[in-house]
Write a protein that binds this ligand. Structure first.
Ligand code: ZN
Length: 183
């Protein structure tokens, strides 16, 4: 038996950022552990899926990002911020997100962002995740190299979960993939 945590848009707009990666109460890690016991699965996969408006599923990873307290960081949207932690030195204001297709084989996007730990995922990140999931549902995705929108049938090559357009593959990633020993 398999079980996953599936989040809809409505869940995401309600869950505070402290839920993601949390071991406390009914946080993500705590829920994953409970599912492991209920299903008898040996591994605690900790896998969270996002269900988009079309009901398509995507692997979604959101987690606090560790960085030196007080240091200045520039997030993926080009905003500078100072890293803070709560009194227990646990929650930071810096997080990262990553989205893959349901099998986890194709990376659709990722980035770092500043957020209030007590508030839900910032709207602009949710919009980005929704946009990428809709793009995938339409048979398209951004190239992992240049970000250009490509059809899934136009993927020239893959390196781990990265999917590249012909230009990026031929000019850079083909050689990197060829040198990879996959050890
Ligand atoms: Zn490209």
């Amino acid at each position: 038996m398999d079980a996953k945590i599936i989040l809809t848009r409505s869940d995401i707009t309600k869950l505070p950022m402290t839920w993601y990666g949390s071991q406390d109460g009914c946080g993500e890690r705590e829920l994953s552990k409970a599912l492991k016991v209920l299903t008898g699965n040996r591994w605690d996969s900790g896998r969270v899926l996002f269900s988009n408006v079309f009901g398509a599923l995507f692997v979604l990873h959101i987690s606090p990002k560790r960085a030196m307290k007080g240091s200045i960081y520039c997030d993926a949207m080009g905003r500078n911020g100072t890293i803070t932690y709560d009194e227990e030195n646990k929650t930071t204001n810096l997080f990262s997100w990553a989205l893959w297709n349901s099998s986890g084989q194709s990376s659709l996007g990722n980035g770092d962002f500043f957020a209030d730990p007590d508030k839900p995922l910032p709207r602009e990140i949710l919009r980005q995740i929704e946009k990428l999931s809709e793009l995938w549902t339409q048979g398209k995705m951004p190239c992992s190299g240049c970000g250009k929108e490509i059809g899934r049938h136009e993927i020239a090559g893959r390196y781990f979960a990265g999917c590249y357009c012909t230009d990026c593959w031929e000019s850079k990633w083909k050689a990197i993939e060829a040198a990879e020993t996959y050890n």
